[in-house]
Design a protein around this ligand. Structure first.
Ligand SMILES: [Cu+2]
Length: 154
């Protein structure tokens, strides 16, 4: 008798734990993005690149939908590719961020092309807002580095 009662109590406790587990979202953590390593290449032309490392620690994919900055007249997601010494730039509508993945932008892969509205000397800080489909808006400050001063090609 006491054994049966203990089992019933244990089941109730298990159900309560399961409910709490589901309610707190541990059953599958939603996309959660973190932005780090933000830098801007000091401009040598009308447009230059901004680079971010985006970490999705969630259990589902997210997507970077757009980037804005008060320090540039435009900011567009782009993919740069090189073949036989010829560079090509393609504009992107979004950048998918798989679950549990770091996406590191570089001059040789995906980046954000900006058209600065004023001078961007080395050391200047540039404010950005990155908007994610699930992660919402994330603000980050990037620092301007000398041309060629960013991370090396992969
Ligand atoms: Cu470009």
């Amino acid at each position: 008798m006491s054994t049966v009662r203990a089992t019933v109590l244990a089941s109730a406790a298990t159900l309560a734990l399961l409910a709490a587990w589901t309610l707190t979202g541990l059953a599958g953590r939603p996309a959660r993005v973190r932005v780090s390593g933000a830098w801007v290449m000091a401009p040598t032309a009308a447009r230059t690149g901004a680079y971010f490392t985006i970490t999705n620690t969630g259990d589902q994919a997210d997507e970077l939908l757009g980037v804005s900055t008060p320090d540039a007249s435009s900011a567009m997601l782009a993919r740069h590719s090189y073949a036989a010494g010829v560079g090509r730039m393609t504009m992107l509508d979004g950048l998918v961020l798989p679950a549990h993945t770091d996406v590191r932008m570089t001059p040789y892969t995906t980046n954000v092309m900006i058209q600065p509205s004023g001078l961007l000397p080395v050391g200047r800080r540039v404010r950005f807002t990155l908007v994610f489909r699930y992660g919402g808006a994330v603000r980050v400050t990037a620092v301007v580095v000398p041309p060629g001063g960013g991370p090396a090609a992969p």
